[in-house]
Design a protein around this ligand. Structure first.
Ligand code: 13P
Length: 245
């Protein structure tokens, strides 16, 4: 039985002073849930967020991590720095980082290894663009991202997020059947790499315009184990409605 995991990717939203209030509301609105709940605010909010999460069921994630422990990497943040603040999860390889900031399968792999080495749970994002889907390359892209992103590491400790790029922030959600097809492909690919037992234990989140009105059906699919939520994670009521089903 895979425990469902719903994470809010706040992206570049909410200042530090706006963070605690939203987390307090989320804690109250999701009390008693059996779902693993994670919030991923910007780096600048992590300290306040950690204080707000303390003693609650809500866990704290960051949105990126560098692969080195320390050094001359201007603008980057290491896994140890995140750990010290109380971060337990980290999003890696989000499509916005791949599209706008030069993230590659190789850097995703390095960041994921660093996260695991520090004991953080990596949420590794994969997903095809509309152009790749329309030209019949969806399977190839997803399989490549999974295999290269997860090379030579402990796959059983990773969470994967399938986020079709065309569904992110567009209001155009993948249908439950489309999402299930991709998730099943990801699980088959994992089984090829590490065998069926571990593949069956890995949680695969869906992300891309997930909202309270479509979350239940998406998360009801056999290979969909939660959600990575963008826009709907910025309000406690919509995020909690997704968590609470
Ligand atoms: P939206 O839910 O805003 O489409 O964003 C999804 C996403 O990118 C989560 O990482």
């Amino acid at each position: 039985m895979r425990v469902k995991i719903v994470a809010g990717n706040w992206k570049m939203n909410k200042t530090a002073s706006e963070t605690a209030a939203l987390i307090d509301e989320i804690i109250k609105a999701t009390a008693g849930t059996h779902v693993e709940v994670v919030v991923c605010p910007p780096f600048t909010s992590l300290k306040d967020a950690a204080a707000a999460c303390t003693g609650s069921h809500v866990k704290l994630g960051a949105q990126n991590v560098h692969w080195e422990v320390s050094g001359a990497y201007t603008g980057e943040v290491s896994a140890e720095m995140l750990k010290e603040l109380g971060v337990t999860h980290v999003i890696i390889g989000h499509s916005e980082r791949r599209q706008y900031f030069g993230e590659t399968d190789e850097t995703v792999n390095k960041r994921t290894k660093a996260a695991l080495a520090a004991g953080l749970v990596p949420i590794v994002c994969v997903g095809e663009t509309l152009e790749e889907r329309d030209s019949g390359k969806m399977d190839e892209v997803i399989v490549r991202q999974v295999k290269l992103g997860l090379t030579d590491l402990d796959v059983g400790k990773v969470v994967i997020a399938y986020e079709p790029v065309w569904a992110i922030g567009t209001g155009r959600t993948a249908t439950p059947a489309q999402a299930q097809e991709a998730h099943a492909l990801i699980r088959r690919t994992l089984a090829e790499i590490v065998g069926g037992a571990i593949a069956n234990s890995v949680r695969i989140q869906y992300g891309g315009s997930m909202k309270p009105d479509n979350a239940k059906e998406l998360m009801g699919q056999p290979d969909i184990d939660g959600g990575l939520i963008g826009g709907a994670a910025l309000k406690a009521d919509s995020f909690a409605a997704i968590v609470n089903g």
